[in-house]
Every structure is written in C-alpha cells, then in structure tokens.
Design a protein around this ligand. Structure first.
Ligand SMILES: Cc1cc2nc3c(=O)[nH]c(=O)nc-3n(C[C@H](O)[C@H](O)[C@H](O)COP(=O)(O)OP(=O)(O)OC[C@H]3O[C@@H](n4cnc5c(N)ncnc54)[C@H](O)[C@@H]3O)c2cc1C
Ligand code: SF4
Length: 628
C-alpha cells in the first residue's frame, strides 16, 4: 500500500463517520471532497461477506434452539397476556437484563422454582444469532444505540443497537445491549482480582476476604467452559511475551489468560455440543470477538447460562426495557416498553407487569438508572445511589513502529482467511509485585476487529497492522465517579478524571511496554482526552448499611424510609424481594476484567435468595430436590 499522509484525528474520525452516514443514507456528515484518500480508505469498508463459517454458525445456533421452538426468546404475546392476569398471578420472579449477573441468577433460581411459579427475564436488546453479527465499520456504526456525533449526539437513535455507548464530559462508557449483555461483545477474559482488592473498607464485612468468593469462582469457571491460550500461538502473543521478558523476567508477570473461548474440542461431544447442549465450534483465531463471534466459538451467555435458564422453565422476553419499579402492598409493579420491530421501524408498546420478586441485572449504569427513575414513584432508597462508581481504572494505549511482526488486524469469519490473529485478548502483564494496591495494574494485548481495521491503519500509520500493538490497561481508580440522572438519561460525572494520577501512572507504564516491544507509545485521543471504559462498575454499591451503599452483602436493596434503618438497634431495612446482582454492586475498582467477580457475586446472591425463609413459597427446598 502507498505511504499514507498524516491526517488530523478529527479529519479521520469525521471522514469515517461521514462515510458511514452517507452509506447509511442519512448523508448529513458526508465526507468533504478535499479528503478523498481518507474517505477512500475508510469508506470502502467491504460489505459483510457471507461465508461458510458464518452460515454454519447460524445453522448451529438454530439447530441448538430447536428444543426451545427455534430461539431463546419467548413469544412476546405471552408477556402481554400475563399483564392482563390478576396481579398475584402474573410473575413470581422478574429478572431484568441478561448479562452475567442476570443470566446466572435466572439459571440458578429457575432450577429451584416451585411448581406453578413463573420466572421471566426481560432484556432490552434483541436476540443475536452467531454468524449474523455485522463486521463492517458502517454496520457497527449503525449498531450504536446512541447517536455518536452531531446535534443529536447522546440521544438513543437505535434502541435495539448492540453497542451501548454513553458519552459524558470526562468519560465514555461502552457496554453490550442484547440477549447475553456484555458477553456478546466482550473479549471473554476471566480473571480473579488480587486478594487485597477485597480488604478495602468499601466492601461489606461479609465479603472482605476473597476466600468467601472462592467456591463461586470455581462454579462459574466450570459453567463458562474456560480455556487458556495454547502457548505462543499467535504473533501478538509472541510479541507481548518478548516484551514481558525484557521488562520483568520473573514468573507470574506474563500470563496466558483464562478465556471463555472454545480453542479446541475438549468441551464438545461427538455432535459438537457443549455441556449446556449448545453446538459450538473451535476458534478460528479471527480477532473479531468484540464485534460478535461469527464462528460460534465464544462462550457468550447465550451458549451457557441462558439456555440453562430456559431449559429450567424461564421465560425470556427480548426487546423489552424496564422503565421503573413501584412497590405496592408488598408486590412490585414494573413498567415496561416493548420495542416492536416486526413491521417497518420500531414502535414502542407500553405495558406493566407485577412480580413478587425483582432481580435487577441491567448492569452499570443501567440498574442505578432504573432505581433513580423509580424514586419519583415512591421507591425509597439509600442516598448513596449513583455513588462509588468506577471505570475499573481502564486505559487504552497503542504501540507504533514496532520491530518484528505482530498481526493485530482482525480478519473476520471469512473462508479465505490466512492469518492467525487470535481472540481479541490473550495475554496479561500483572503488576501484583507492587506493595500498594493503588499502584498495581494489568496490561493486556488486543486485536482490532475487522470492522475497524481501515480506521486504525490510518490512525496508526500502519498499512498492514503488523508493526503496531494495543495495550488495554486496568488499575485502581478510587471509584470516585457518580451516576446522575439528567433529562431522563443516565450520565457519569467525575471532575478531575482526565488528569487523575492513576491515568498518568498507566501512561508511564504504557511507555515502558512500548519500548520493551521495540516500538513507540502512541496515545491516541480518539474522544478528546475522555477515558473510555468497557468495565463500568458501581452505582448500587454493596455495603454494610444504607449510608455507605445501596445493597447489602446479599444483594438486597436497602429501604431508605426512616433513614434506612429498621429499628433503634440500627439494623438496616431492606425492600423484601428486590435485589441487584450485576456489575453495579461492585463497590471498588477490581484492577482486572470484572466478569468473574460479577458472576461469583451473582452465584452467592442466588444461593442466599434460595436459602432465605422469606421466599420459601417460591422455591423448592434443596432437600426436596435431592429426594427427587
Ligand atoms: C468491548 C468489551 C470487552 C470486554 N472484555 C471483557 C473481558 O475480556 N473480560 C471481562 O471480565 N469483562 C469484559 N468486558 C466487560 C464485561 O462484559 C462486563 O463487565 C459484564 O458484561 C457486565 O455484566 P453485568 O451482569 O453487569 O451486565 P451487562 O453485561 O452490562 O448486561 C446488562 C444487560 O441489561 C440490559 N439492560 C440494561 N438496561 C435495561 C433495562 N432498563 N431493561 C431491560 N434490560 C436492560 C442490557 O441490554 C444488557 O444486556 C468487556 C466489555 C466490553 C464492552
Ligand atoms: S477469535 Fe474469532 S472465532 Fe475466536 S472467539 Fe473470537 S470471534 Fe470467535
């Protein structure tokens, strides 16, 4: 490819978005004629190509779904019919969202549901079929839930979009929106935090030792069918290993990280079925995990906990958003909107349903947003709602002009693929040797998904993406952020974040890793200097009392009436039957990818719900199950 001139960041982004919008037919930001080369580079994003791999993945999914009538989602008419029944006969357990916290809760609670009781999951996004994820820049842009540029920036333009990007003044947050939540677009890296994380005073006393969560970590690891990258399998692994050897030549600094990806057939039976009876295929190392796996190799929640929940009798309603919750005579009235796209466009259909128990798993900041919108309807909560919000100390850095080859450009699930790129993330550099927790961090490698390779070829000035590297950092940020509700939308506020010391420390470490990789550090300011986080945590923090947090160690939501205390002895009061189980309950940054901690907490909370005598009428005792 010819040498590329250096365009300004805004020019490149503007042209990229312009090209996408023009292609999408809206045309408002169409690329200017004086930028033809950039436009040509970014605009020629090839249309998603069909391939045998993609076709096979879609067929596999549909075949796995035959036992559920063709899909995980239940017919929406069933939900509208339920809403017409007398209040007490509607739902017994309503699980909101379908990320790790929600799916695990649904699967575990459904397994012990008493005969005749109803459990339903309501998820705002759509059900996604592997093999049908878009892998072009235009396609990904169109899948953004919120408008990313222009006068309508930040408003919800595609309520069913897969990528939920919430832009605030200091920080932009990216989460998944669809059946499976973040698992649809994450890298699937499954790490357990340093033991010291849990000794921070922000955690409730019952959880102030990692040992409490150990059995739950094991349970989750088994259900997620984790693997480790086979040794030195891809150039980006080799490159990061060499850099690690130069930086800290001692054991434990470099790690091939556990990941929820089928690298081979070890978990699959003769019919390619995984332990949850979903057909999966070995990973093709295509590098596209974070725009959706089109091979069926990634262990998303749609491949494990969600089919488990469905096979145990859960109903699953997709394209249904919870707006708010009211508590009336000990029951919860939940206001919903169904995004109906069966004809052209999306039509909003409103209804409400009643449930004895509500388990919030809408993620961070989703669950805090629902609780905030429920306050004007009389739901009295802790004044700590929205606080202790963390971006998990996330940082993003690039290496340019590297010596030696490392292929980081995703190639997608195309049949003529030749390069082995690897899953998005494969390795971690651990800084656990540092004495102070706030100085520790984690730096991972990454691949750029196929859809964004043209953009990054320009931004990194690397026509083949073989001389560049990605550094994904996680650290300890003090969880001093706050979620607020502004004009009906959740926004994150964190004054001073842009120049926070933890960011500067990470940039310094990025510099060292880049040098050890034989290249230069490049700090791309893709969104001004805003921090971009894919690991939002907190807002409904776990705590011992309602002064410090929003839920107790068992996930029960504190009742803020009369200051939040039930009696003169100072026992906190809770809303019986109202729980939060997702990343929003985590009260501090974790310094590593959070899915394992979210999942382990959800396992523990589900166990607590099942053991709670107050819910005896809803669940079958374990002893009875054993006799059966
Ligand atoms: C690009 C990317 C890469 C990542 N890589 C990793 C990784 O390698 N390892 C790791 O540990 N973590 C990773 N993460 C983060 C991880 O995926 C999240 O921490 C995790 O999914 C959070 O789980 P959760 O249960 O809190 O909820 P989420 O997964 O956020 O799910 C919440 C769900 O609730 C739905 N919802 C929201 N509001 C409503 C409402 N009002 N009504 C109904 N439904 C609603 C949403 O659509 C969503 O499906 C990554 C994230 C991204 C975006
Ligand atoms: S690398 Fe490709 S095939 Fe492997 S899990 Fe990621 S998206 Fe799927």
């Amino acid at each position: 490819m010819a040498e590329i001139g250096k365009p300004h960041r805004r020019t490149v982004l503007g042209a990229a978005l312009g090209a996408s919008l023009a292609a999408a037919g809206t045309g408002k930001l169409a690329a200017k004629p004086q930028e033809p080369r950039v436009y040509q580079l970014l605009g020629k994003s090839e249309p998603t190509q069909q391939s045998n791999l993609k076709r096979r993945a879609a067929n596999d999914y549909r075949n796995s779904m035959l036992r559920f009538g063709g899909q995980l989602s239940s017919p929406i008419e069933q939900l509208f019919h339920a809403s017409t029944l007398p209040e007490h006969q509607q739902f017994d357990v309503l699980v909101v969202g379908s990320g790790y916290g929600a799916s695990i809760s649904a699967a575990r609670l459904a397994a012990r549901l008493a005969p005749g009781k109803r459990l339903a999951i309501v998820e705002r996004g759509r059900e996604w079929v592997p093999g049908e994820f878009d892998d072009t820049f235009r396609g990904i842009y169109q899948q953004a839930r919120n408008q990313l540029t222009g006068p309508k920036k930040r408003t919800v333009v595609n309520p069913l979009g897969l990528h939920n990007v919430i832009m605030s003044d200091e920080i932009n947050v990216w989460t998944g929106n669809g059946l499976g939540g973040g698992s649809l677009i994450n890298a699937g890296i499954a790490l357990i935090p340093d033991a010291d994380v849990f000794s921070v005073f922000k955690w409730p006393r019952a959880l102030r030792s990692r040992r409490v969560l150990d059995p739950y970590f094991l349970r989750v690891a088994a259900a997620l069918n984790l693997s480790r990258t086979p040794c030195n399998q891809t150039p980006k692994v080799v490159s990061r290993r060499c850099a690690a050897d130069r930086l800290h030549p001692y054991r434990g600094f470099f790690d091939l990280s556990p990941i929820g990806v089928m690298y081979d057939e070890r978990y699959l039976d003769a019919f390619s079925r995984n332990p949850q009876e979903m057909i999966q295929r070995p990973c093709t190392l295509c590098g596209d995990c974070i725009t959706g796996c089109n091979v069926g190799a990634k262990n998303t929640l749609a491949m494990n906990f969600l089919p488990l929940a469905r096979s145990r009798g859960s109903e699953i309603y997709t394209q249904v958003e919870v707006r708010s919750i009211e508590k009336i005579d000990g029951l919860y009235k939940v206001d919903l909107v169904f995004f109906d796209d069966r004809d052209c466009g999306v039509v909003r259909r409103y209804t409400s349903v009643w449930s004895k128990m509500v388990v919030l798993g809408a993620g961070s900041p989703g669950s805090a947003g629902i609780l905030m919108k429920s306050q004007p309807k009389g739901l009295c909560l802790s004044t700590a709602l929205g606080q202790r919000w963390s971006c998990n100390g996330d940082g993003l850095g690039f290496i340019i002009n590297k010596k030696g080859c490392s292929k980081i450009g995703g190639v997608g699930a195309l049949d003529d693929r030749q390069d082995d790129i690897g899953p998005t993330v494969q390795t971690s550099l651990h800084y656990q040797h540092r004495p102070r927790l706030e100085d520790r961090m984690l730096i991972q490698d990454a691949a750029i998904p196929r859809a964004a390779t043209n953009l990054f070829k320009v931004l990194l000035q690397d026509a083949q993406l073989t001389r560049s590297g990605v550094m994904l950092g996680m650290g300890h940020d003090g969880s001093a952020g706050r979620i607020t509700l502004e004009k009906g939308s959740v926004v994150m506020r964190w004054p001073g974040l842009k120049q926070a010391p933890f960011r500067k420390a990470m940039w310094a470490e990025f510099q060292r890793v880049a040098q050890a990789s034989g290249g230069e550090y490049k700090r791309l300011k893709l969104f001004g200097d805003n921090l971009v986080s894919v690991h939002p945590l907190g807002g409904c923090a776990l705590a011992d009392d309602p002064i410090e947090g929003v839920v107790n160690a068992d996930g029960q939501v504190f009742d803020g009436t009369r200051g939040g205390f039930a009696d003169a002895a100072g026992r906190p009061a809770v809303h019986h039957g109202l729980y939060v189980v997702d990343g929003s309950i985590i009260p501090s940054s974790l310094g590593c990818n959070p899915l394992m901690t979210i999942s382990a907490l959800a396992e523990r909370i589900a166990e607590g719900i099942l053991a709670n005598p107050a819910h005896r009428d809803l669940f079958v005792p374990l002893a009875t199950m054993a006799k059966k």
